[in-house]
Design a protein around this ligand. Structure first.
Ligand SMILES: Cc1cc2nc3c(=O)[nH]c(=O)nc-3n(C[C@H](O)[C@H](O)[C@H](O)COP(=O)(O)OP(=O)(O)OC[C@H]3O[C@@H](n4cnc5c(N)ncnc54)[C@H](O)[C@@H]3O)c2cc1C
Length: 213
């Protein structure tokens, strides 16, 4: 993997493979930017990672997938918002975050084992353990699902993780500091089609332990 040089705010650049992977593995939502007839487009989608490859899946009829497979290089962003940074002036007001921007070309995963593995990586990235709790779908549904692999050619990681900076000379009495933010899960709501008293599965339980109150 090559690294893109961060130019502005370069002190927040953390360009090493392990940091890039840690930021990718901390989420499952990416935004993929691609070109179609000279128009830049962007679509949010779920992903999973194995080594230096990102896996995405969708319908055979997925428009973006069709574009990604024409040989172009896609640009993918993953961002975690970790906090609001409220400085003594709006100029120094900022956010804490971890983000990765990466570039790579998509290929169609046609090997059946890798296709299923790609789907598993994505599912497990969304909610660990769910893969073993429910079936994948009918043969026709699995057949209608396309899996693409994007090998990371270039990447960069940027992290901001501190309170206000640069406002040291403003000596007023206005509160300044930062507000940490995190993803919070509310109580799970059972699908009422199937009654209301089924126990939650282990994956849901574990998810709630991680992201609930
Ligand atoms: C958190 C999240 C995870 C998702 N995960 C997946 C996934 O794993 N697999 C998958 O196939 N899809 C996923 N989607 C849906 C995905 O964003 C696309 O809507 C879908 O894949 C269809 O893509 P397409 O290129 O065929 O869209 P088309 O319907 O062909 O796009 C036509 C136009 O519709 C608009 N459009 C398309 N998608 C969106 C959108 N999400 N929001 C607003 N406008 C839109 C855009 O203007 C686009 O140019 C996810 C969406 C979100 C928000």
């Amino acid at each position: 993997m090559e690294f893109n040089k961060v130019i502005r705010g370069a002190k927040r650049e953390v360009n090493d493979e392990q940091t890039v992977y840690a930021i990718l593995d901390a989420g499952f939502l990416c935004h993929i930017s691609f070109q179609h007839e000279g128009q830049t487009m962007m679509i949010p989608t779920a992903y999973g990672r194995k080594e230096d490859c990102i896996y995405i899946h969708g319908s055979n009829k997925n428009f973006m997938f069709g574009q990604l497979l024409n040989g172009q290089t896609a640009c993918i962003a993953v961002t975690h918002l970790d906090g609001l940074v409220l400085a003594k002036s709006l100029f120094h007001t900022s956010v804490n975050y971890r983000s990765v921007i990466l570039f790579g070309k998509a290929t169609l995963v046609s090997d059946e084992n890798e296709r299923i593995e790609g789907m598993q990586l994505i599912t497990e990235n969304i909610i660990e353990g769910r893969w073993n709790e429910v079936g994948l779908g009918t043969a026709a549904q699995i057949e209608a699902t396309m899996v693409l692999k994007i090998k990371i050619e270039k990447a960069s990681a940027k992290i901001r993780n501190e309170g206000p900076a640069g406002d040291e000379s403003i000596l007023d009495n206005i509160w300044s500091g930062h507000i940490p933010l995190k993803l919070k899960a509310e109580s799970p709501i059972q699908d009422k089609k199937f009654g209301t008293n089924l126990p939650v599965t282990t994956s849901v339980n574990n998810f709630m332990k991680k992201y609930g109150d």
